[in-house]
Design a protein around this ligand. Sequence first.
Ligand code: CNA
Length: 239
Amino acid sequence: MEGIETLRQWVKESDNIVFFGGAGVSTESGIPDFRSVDGLYHQKYDYPPETILSHTFFMKKTEEFYRFYHDKMLVSGAKPNAAHLKLAELEAKGKLKAVITQNIDGLHQLAGSKEVLELHGSVQRNYCQKCHKFYDFAKMQSSAGVPVCDDCGGVIKPDVVLYEEGLDMQTMNKAVNYIANADVLIIGGTSLVVYPAAGLIDYYRGNKLVLINLSETARDDVADLCIHGRIGEVMSQLE
Ligand code: CNA
């Protein structure tokens, strides 16, 4: 694959790599993304996914939200793939500083990554809206319909950032800081169209910006190296 040799060299020489990824990082683990041909946007629902995954929809049509959420977002048994594992390995070797992700699946942590900035939250964390009691993934999976609190009966909400909701500013500032100071920035498996997360790319000041994506992205033109391929396959070829 074109460009792999350059990437191998840059990774070999650096101890200040930062990774920024999206849903495409987890498709090889069996979790569909939004915008690929077999992604969620091309499947037919009564409402488009961005409507269902909005704050207004969650508040007004909670049952319908959870039908979609159960079906498509709570993928059980997904395991980290070669991309997640390689990133954890690079961190353990002291070469990678942080993984910044738009994903909500928790697979980077499962792979062993320690510094993971989850811009859009996680399906692993859930809270009762009334009394704020914490619930894990298993509770959400085992609840048919709308999950409610065992203690107070309040509706449980996943700690994921829905459309119309703001991002956590502390996490965002940390991400900006890592990216602004990175030597090599690897961006992978993201269409780079969901803002404000996609705007993070503009904080990078170096000259080793790598984009790894199956299809072209909105920002291929700003990359120093573009690799079009499956990210698990690409990353597994790194030392
Ligand atoms: P997206 O807009 O669906 O884009 C995914 C991109 O990844 C597309 O350009 C694909 O071509 C590309 N892609 C798919 N598979 C691979 C692969 N194996 N290797 C390389 N590239 C691949 O997703 P974004 O992350 O850009 O959009 C942001 C949304 C999607 C965030 O809010 C996420 O929370 C949300 N999302 C997350 C998950 C998850 O947690 N796994 C799943 C689905 C959606």
